[in-house]
Design a binder for this molecule. Structure first.
Ligand code: ADP
Length: 453
């Protein structure tokens, strides 16, 4: 403002002086007034031009460089520039927040769809696109009900009660790769709706597994119980001689044993599932474990193949390497014994069972059991570690199998960071191996070696 007044005053003085100097002596006053008028007009035109430049600048998108720096117009331009910069920063900040918010929704493992008051899609994340088969380029502003054709979903939307969810197959669902989702609508804003979708395939599978498990356990227990109570009734109601009584009591003993094995395998599985993974502190000697296994294997083979029924099995044990194994010794023993006892139970008399050890180049170690039994068709192999999955039902039951052995092996192996390898083909026998991680193996200490000897 002072510059504005100063410039006007200076120009007026200059105009007056010039007018007086140029005019004849008698007309000096008039000359001065005319000079002031001319200079005043010049100042107004100059000021007008500066104003026009500021106006022109305001019409531009880029307000970073002010066109006029001094005077009133300079101050106006500078203020406008600062206000624009503050607003630009605020816009950028809210844009960044929006992007962060959308990125967080994108990262959500659940599907998110934002719907306007009339049910049209405003925004959705990739998970929702995969769940509902939406296309980001094509489906924005479309009505969701026109795009998701599942009858259950349509009924849910038209029903108007969104307190619960609705389950339906995802767009990528197929009979070989089932994917099921749960969908729920929530109100927000003014009449807007948020749709959340969640993959519940694993949850439903776990639920089905739990139901199957309970049914299987009941079935496994009911069979020996029925047999047992039948025998009890017979013993109570029929006059039996001594040898008949003994035979019945033996059969009852077998059924009781079968239930006992089942219960102890079930307890073992629940312990494996319920306890934290074993640390690396407890080291046990492999030769000691192997010696115990060999004794059990030979005893089992002798029971299952008594000499009078035919040729015995050929059971071969490689000498165990002088290693110590870390983890829970009882679990390791149970896993290796299960593989060995399966080989003996499924290999017919006269066949061969070979237990051996390997050292891998990367420091891992391997225990394997190779048999000349019936072998297993490829379609069964991935399912062998499921609870109660049996390829040969009658052989399993006849030899005291519970159907839980390989499930226990899988758990033990996983808990210890090891690996279960199964190679088998019908008519060619089977090879089951446990590969121990290098971190769980170390050379045996001298005193333990002596103990094993
Ligand atoms: P089971 O108590 O019935 O033996 P497992 O879980 O140990 O249960 O084994 C699952 C199924 O895998 C068995 O019922 C059997 O059909 C098959 N199986 C396991 N080991 C062998 C083997 N060495 N040879 C042939 N079949 C086997």
């Amino acid at each position: 403002m002072p510059l504005r007044i100063l410039s006007i005053v200076l120009l007026q003085i200059l105009g007056a002086l010039l007018g007086m100097w140029l005019a004849p002596r008698s007309l000096e006053i008039r000359g001065g007034l005319a000079g002031m008028l001319v200079m005043g007009t010049v100042w107004v035109l100059w000021d007008f031009t500066r104003g026009l430049r500021v106006l022109q600048w305001l019409r531009d998108d880029d307000l970073s460089d002010v066109p006029v720096k001094l005077g009133l117009w300079g101050a106006v331009a500078e203020r406008v520039r600062r206000a624009a910069r503050v607003r630009e920063q605020a816009t950028r900040e809210s844009e960044r927040r929006l992007q962060d918010f959308l990125a967080a929704l994108q990262a959500s493992p659940n599907g998110v769809v934002l719907l306007d008051a009339s049910g049209r899609i405003e925004w959705f994340n990739q998970t929702a696109a995969a769940h509902l088969g939406l296309d980001p380029a094509r489906d924005r502003l479309q009505h969701l009900v026109n795009l998701v054709r599942d009858p259950g979903f349509a009924a849910y939307i038209s029903g108007g009660d969104y307190h619960g969810d609705v389950t339906m197959p995802a767009r990528s669902h197929s009979s070989t790769r089932p994917v099921r989702i749960s969908v729920q609508l929530h109100d927000y804003g003014q009449g807007k709706r948020l749709l959340l979708s969640r993959d519940i395939t694993l949850f439903e599978q776990a639920e089905a597994m739990r139901r199957d498990f309970v049914a299987n356990v009941s079935h496994e227990i009911r069979t020996p119980l029925t047999v047992l109570s039948g025998f009890v009734e017979t013993l109570q109601s029929l006059p039996l001689n001594e040898s008949e009584r003994t035979r019945y009591l033996d059969l009852m003993g077998q059924q009781a044993e079968r239930m006992q094995s089942l219960v102890s395998d079930l307890l073992m599985l629940s312990r494996l599932e319920g306890s934290p993974p074993p640390g690396e502190g407890e080291w046990s000697s492999l030769p000691v474990m192997a010696a115990q296994m060999e004794r059990d294997a030979r005893a089992l083979s002798a029971v299952l193949n008594p000499p009078m029924t035919g040729p015995s099995q050929h059971v071969v044990f490689d000498a165990a390497p002088p290693w110590e194994l870390s983890g829970t010794a009882t679990e390791w023993h149970s896993a290796m014994s299960n593989l060995m006892s399966n080989a003996i139970r499924y290999t017919p008399a006269g066949g061969e069972v070979y237990c051996g050890w390997l050292q891998h180049e990367d420091g891992r170690g391997e225990f394997f059991v190779q048999d000349s039994g019936p072998g297993i068709a490829p379609e069964h192999i991935p399912r062998l570690t499921e609870r109660f999955y049996r390829v040969d039902r009658s052989r399993s039951r006849d030899t005291g199998g519970t159907g839980l052995g390989l499930a226990i092996v899988k758990h033990v192996v996983q808990r210890h960071g090891a690996e279960l390898r199964i190679e088998s083909a019908p008519g060619k026998g089977s090879r089951f191996a446990i590969v121990f991680p290098a971190a769980r193996l170390r050379p045996i200490s001298q005193p333990a070696l002596l103990d094993a000897a």
